[in-house]
Write a protein that binds this ligand. Structure first.
Ligand SMILES: NC(=O)c1ccc[n+]([C@@H]2O[C@H](COP(=O)([O-])OP(=O)(O)OC[C@H]3O[C@@H](n4cnc5c(N)ncnc54)[C@H](O)[C@@H]3O)[C@@H](O)[C@H]2O)c1
Ligand SMILES: [Fe+2]
Length: 375
């Protein structure tokens, strides 16, 4: 027996922030980073909170560490809010989820309504049961997974993503693409998650380059924002895979933006998963052939399709200025090799590895990491 449900209420389209007008006479805590305060987005949110007492916790930093979650819980406990609004990229939304959940378990918080307003188009965190928290001292990322982490309402306003510079558009957009493709390849994929993933990939193939080239293109921004949310719905149910496991390991250790870490290994992971050398036409390879056709790549034989898809992702990465190696990102290759055993162990132990379609050995994970760490 399998199950599929989407429990988050998704509000989108023109003027969708007006949904916040329904929050009246409440104690509200907005969780965000300093950029959201300085750029005036927090004030735009406040305008919709008539009669509410509004507190702002603006201590979020990228890849939120446990210490920030702890500060957020203290803030939540002090202001005793009954509504939480997570505003920002995946880091703000993930941290807000952890603050609410751990605060409630400690008896320090009583949030009745939680809203997520993403300002990047990548993580899909606004509709997922995941929250990724970093142990900065050990350089390790931990995905928390619980149904109760899922936001009740997600508000997708494309106006809010227009300020992303091209590099963040690229990193986060490629994170969304990785979610869609990993959900599609997952051992837990179903017809329902495949439908979401396919739509997400086709939207990203067309509109992500447009949003990267012109951040003011509101149609492209809207489509990429929706694609990110669709991918979030897909992987929320199907899970993700090895690409994310490796991305968590290298991103946590070397402080590389999450989407960029994914983008670096995605083409290798696709080829690894398809396992064309086995001589068998695996389910994963056949599905990748279908995706290749959907985005207009040659689709007559599996081998050509999988390689065309992998090459297309490489080409998009290059056009987005994403470096091909960790050295190009300023990481010392000797440092990678010195930490190789722990990186591999961390990737294999990552919960995302459970749903990856081809179980990797330690040597195979090492080979994928070595490909982006040439001598
Ligand atoms: N919960 C999930 O399901 C899930 C899935 C994937 C990734 N993640 C996690 O999410 C985090 C990454 O989130 P992210 O990729 O959205 O980046 P982020 O939230 O870390 O933000 C990156 C940078 O973009 C800036 N920013 C955000 N919105 C902006 C805007 N509109 N204009 C200009 N700048 C803006 C932020 O201030 C920050 O400096 C990682 O910790 C990752 O592990 C979570
Ligand atoms: Fe991701």
């Amino acid at each position: 027996m399998k199950e599929f449900s989407i429990t988050t209420n998704v509000i989108f389209g023109e003027n969708c922030l007006e949904r916040l007008d329904q929050i009246q006479d409440k104690k509200v805590l907005i969780v965000c980073d300093e950029f959201m305060v300085k750029s005036g987005v927090v004030d735009r949110i406040r305008e919709h909170l008539a009669g509410c007492t509004v507190d702002v916790f603006s201590g979020i930093v990228p890849d939120p560490p446990i210490e920030v979650v702890s500060e957020g819980i203290q803030c939540l406990s002090r202001c005793d809010a009954d509504v939480m609004i997570a505003l920002g990229g995946g880091s703000a939304i993930d941290a807000a989820k952890a603050i609410r959940e751990i605060g409630a378990r400690l008896g320090l918080a009583h949030i009745h309504e939680c809203y997520a307003i993403p300002t990047t188009s990548g993580t899909g965190s606004e509709v997922t049961k995941f929250s990724v928290i970093t142990n900065a001292r050990e350089g390790v990322k931990y995905p928390l997974i619980d149904q109760s982490l899922q936001p009740m309402v997600a508000i997708l306003d494309p106006e809010l993503v227009k300020t992303m510079p091209p590099s963040i558009t690229a990193d986060t957009g490629l994170d969304a693409l990785t979610h869609a493709l990993e959900a599609y390849m997952s051992v837990d994929a179903t017809d329902f998650t495949d439908a979401l993933a396919e739509k997400s990939v086709t939207l990203l193939a067309k509109f992500l380059p447009m949003a990267y080239a012109d951040g003011e293109d509101l149609l492209a921004r809207e489509k990429v924002h929706n694609a990110s949310c669709l991918a979030g719905m897909a992987f929320n149910a199907a899970g993700i895979g090895l690409c994310h496991s490796i991305a968590h390991a290298i991103g946590g250790k070397f402080h590389i933006p999450h989407g960029r870490s994914n983008a670096m290994v995605l083409p290798s992971v696709i080829k690894f998963n398809a396992n064309l050398e086995s001589g068998e036409s695996t389910v994963c390879a056949r599905k990748l052939q279908r995706i290749a056709r959907l985005v207009g790549l040659p689709g007559n034989d599996i081998y050509t399709s999988v390689y065309s898809l992998s090459r297309r992702i490489e080409a998009v990465k290059r056009s987005f200025g994403i470096p091909a190696t960790l050295r190009d990102l300023g990481v010392d290759p000797d440092d990678v090799r010195k930490n190789m055993d722990s990186l591999v162990a961390s990737a294999l132990a990552d919960s995302c590895t459970k749903t990856t379609p081809r179980k990797p050995s330690a040597e195979e994970v090492e080979a994928i990491i070595s490909r982006i760490t040439p001598l």
